[in-house]
Design a protein around this ligand. Sequence first.
Ligand code: PMP
Length: 430
Amino acid sequence: MKITQSEALHKEAQQHIVGGVNSPSRAYKGVGGGTPVYMERGEGAYFWDVDGNKYIDFLGAYGPIITGHAHPHITEAIKKAAENGVLYGTPTKLENIFAQKLKATIPSMEKVRFVNSGTEAVMTTVRVARAYTNREKVIKFAGCYHGHFDTVLVQAGSGPATLGNPDSAGVTKATAQEVITVPFNDIEAFQAALDTWGDEVAAVLVEPIVGNFGIVEPVEGFLQQVNNLTHDAGALVIYDEVITAFRFTYGSAQKIVGVEPDMTALGKIIGGGLPIGAYGGKQEIMETVAPLGPAYQAGTMAGNPASMSAGIACLEVLEEAGLYDRLDQLGAMLEKGMLDAAEKHGIDITVNRLKGALTLYFGSETITNYAQAEASDGEKFGQFFKLMLQQGINLAPSKYEAWFLTIAHTEDDIKETIACIDKAFAEMAS
Ligand code: PMP
């Protein structure tokens, strides 16, 4: 496969854009370097790059794309929004429609506010929790990524871990001291953290189903215990559902795990591919937010008609019955194909999957926390990633990320992908 145009573009990009990319993971550092492929067009489950090569896409833009690229219903909504003017700076009816749609399926979000990214959404929930509780500390789980604001860039998985620095430079010592990090799925460690700092903790930040050191589900009872212990300590539980909402079911992961948080942050899928974030929670807590309360949060672009329209259209597509079962079936087929190919070629892998999202780790250890994901073989993943890319399969360039299926993928796409996995494993075993 020739990627000469991508190579030329990446040389040019590096002269003007820091690292040549506008988000670090895109630079392929997590897979041992190389030239990132420059995509030009996406349609359904496929991408075409600037050299004309075709790919089956499993990156899904790191999560937002679940309907496939350029879904006609969403494209139509964006076109209509563009024709009506993309930004007003006034309230619009679209915001009411969208807020009600979210509330109808995520009842714990009694009041909602739209923002522009997942980072903004989570950042604001933390500020609101601090304002509401009049406390400062935050507990998070190791390896969980919650965006790029200072408080959460401590033992953050996903992108930062991919680059080998889960803690960011530029975060002040004082900020780092506000954050307590404990291993996911370890209720004793969580209890111990609360025993020490409980009366200073404003909030516990949780990915109810982890998406940032691969797809990792909570062990039985863990999230309920987290809720109970947090509330006993007088702190709030915040679910970061930026990846999980509308990924595994129509609605949020709180519906799957059967536990309700005090506040929720959303992003990714709810924008239908356009920039978005949203946060919300119990009415009494949300009344802390300006203009009703003293916690300030604002946004020039917040609730813009283009993102609202794309988001509403995306949810309309996802409302169709049976879509998540279909994603589950395709996911199961892909998982089985991976495991069979690994057995055939004597390669140790572990697959964590929920519905249409899965992570392939190189190693045989069960993955229930970040330390285990970190111990999986990144060099092997890098080799595998490149062997797949050369065959026209586009994955996230990091051992910590998920493969995201879309409703546009077909059984034939999965069969083709399994054949490519088989070839890649054969080469790795030789
Ligand atoms: N929270 C989680 C769980 C995420 O996965 C991400 C992005 N990967 C974010 C927050 C930040 O979202 P954004 O990149 O839109 O700022």
